[in-house]
Design a protein around this ligand. Structure first.
Ligand SMILES: Cc1cc2nc3c(=O)[nH]c(=O)nc-3n(C[C@H](O)[C@H](O)[C@H](O)COP(=O)(O)OP(=O)(O)OC[C@H]3O[C@@H](n4cnc5c(N)ncnc54)[C@H](O)[C@@H]3O)c2cc1C
Length: 426
């Protein structure tokens, strides 16, 4: 077994979390079991795309990139069983030949399946829940190296808790997903006056399978995106010039160096953003390239109060003239019944604030966070926030049950890093 000391250390996607762990990538299940039994402090990392310190450790970091691929599928139920290290982009391509596709996805596909599930990763769609809600069962490697099958018939509590568990119950090794036959989506993006959004989005969210928008602090126009199922012929996405990423980087750099330019740059939105329309298989339409790095905070707000909360966030950011070019993203997510899911028994909107990775995000996130919390917001587990056990426990009706189960499965705290201790322990 080759355990590496990461020479240059480890860092997450945006570079905001850094550590100096030993890193181990098991080639087989036996190796994974052996290592889990012999180390006292372990974190598992997927693609390292979480902004928060959920995966960070200076002890042993396990990565399942070598344990990937579809291991079984059920044609009649349209389900598949996948090794946990599989990246979402690999899964999309692997499912297509067996006429299956994920029911919903977020706006990138770089994450590992287990990492996406562990944090409640979601896309948008008023009738569509987060990815974890499509999990029909999983295999969990516990702290003492035992392999447990968890689903609605066996180890039911672990199944209810383990679909969003931040890697705190053990290592997910195999995951069974409910999929659907593969389908094409039509993506349409256009600019839309913000007043129209406030007037019509409640109706539009019922008319489109997926709807989301990005609103800029100093523009009356928002970017509106809809995805709808279609039988139309494929019109693949083409790279525009200048690309969205190039413009985002340029405007973010200008805002960073000359903050006073931000309102003027944002008012030019109409010049650069032209309406687009593409058609392709779902797994090619959901993800968008994200090459301009940023840090992000996101909270899930009860759907009834989403627009009111957004108005307050926008007014606050405008009032403080914050040097932030990135837009605020607004999406819809359906409720589920997973104990620590931010969508537990609550249809939600997700409001996400992004700051360019070269700029300090603390002051901006500090301004916005109390507003999101005032609306009973629950933070995205993979993104930045300042909440800890004392305040989180009131937001989750199943908090105590989850913590009791965690304590029972991991009394020696093998899976807890300092960040998870702050989140879970008083
Ligand atoms: C550019 C970008 C775009 C994003 N877009 C979206 C989006 O559209 N929607 C959304 O909801 N989120 C989004 N995110 C957040 C992202 O989906 C989550 O943070 C997700 O957890 C990242 O997956 P990962 O594989 O990188 O997991 P990591 O960040 O590596 O790990 C996340 C958690 O999963 C645990 N974990 C990983 N593997 C296992 C395993 N095998 N067993 C048990 N636990 C495990 C880790 O311990 C950790 O607690 C985005 C992030 C970025 C950087």
């Amino acid at each position: 077994m080759k355990i590496q000391q990461a020479d240059k250390g480890w860092q997450n996607w945006s570079g905001s979390q850094q550590a100096h762990p030993q890193i181990f990538q098991p080639q087989h299940m036996n190796e994974l079991q052996k290592i889990v039994k012999s180390y006292n402090h372990i974190r598992v990392v997927g693609a390292g795309h979480s902004f928060s310190a959920v995966a960070k450790t200076d002890k042993l970091l396990l990565n399942l990139d070598q344990l990937k691929g579809v291991v079984a599928f059920d044609e009649d139920k349209t389900q598949c069983t996948v090794q946990a290290g599989t990246r979402l982009y690999e899964l999309g391509e692997a499912l297509a030949p067996i006429n299956q596709a994920l029911i919903n996805q977020g706006d990138i596909d770089q994450q590992s399946l287990a990492g996406a599930i562990a944090t409640g990763t979601h896309g948008t769609g008023a009738d569509l829940p987060c990815l974890s809600a499509f999990v029909e069962g999983f295999e969990l490697l516990t702290a003492d190296g035992e392999r447990l099958q968890c689903d609605p018939r066996q180890n039911i509590d672990i199944f209810q808790a383990g679909r969003v568990a931040l890697g705190s119950l053990g290592v997910l090794t195999k995951i069974t997903l409910q999929n659907r036959p593969r389908y094409k989506l039509k993506e349409q993006i256009r600019l839309c006056p913000i007043q129209e959004i406030f007037a019509h989005i409640d109706q539009w969210k019922q008319q489109h399978r997926h709807i989301e928008f990005w609103t800029f602090i100093h523009s009356d126009l928002v970017m509106l995106k809809t995805l709808d199922e279609t039988d139309e012929t494929i019109q693949p996405r083409t790279e525009s010039w200048p690309s969205e990423d190039a413009l985002l980087t340029l405007c973010s750099e200008l805002t960073r160096k000359l903050p006073a330019t931000n309102p003027y740059l944002q008012k030019l939105l109409g010049v650069f953003v032209k309406p687009t329309c593409y058609v392709d298989w779902s797994h090619r339409i959901f993800p968008t390239p994200r090459n301009t790095k940023f840090n992000e905070m996101e909270y899930q707000i009860p759907v009834e109060q989403g627009l009111q909360c957004l108005e307050e966030v926008l007014a606050t950011l405008r009032k403080h003239k914050v040097p932030m070019f990135f837009p605020i993203e607004f999406r819809y997510v359906k409720e589920d019944n997973i104990w620590l899911s931010p969508f537990y028994q609550r249809d939600s909107v997700s409001i996400s604030i992004h700051q360019f990775y070269k700029q300090d995000y603390h002051a901006i996130f500090d301004l916005v966070e109390p507003i999101l919390q005032k609306y009973q917001g629950r933070p995205h587990w993979g993104k930045l926030h300042s909440m800890s056990a004392a305040s989180l426990c009131d937001l989750y009706p199943k908090w105590d049950e989850f913590m009791a189960l965690r304590q029972q499965l991991d009394p020696q705290q093998k899976w807890l890093n300092p960040y998870l201790k702050q989140l879970f322990l008083f």
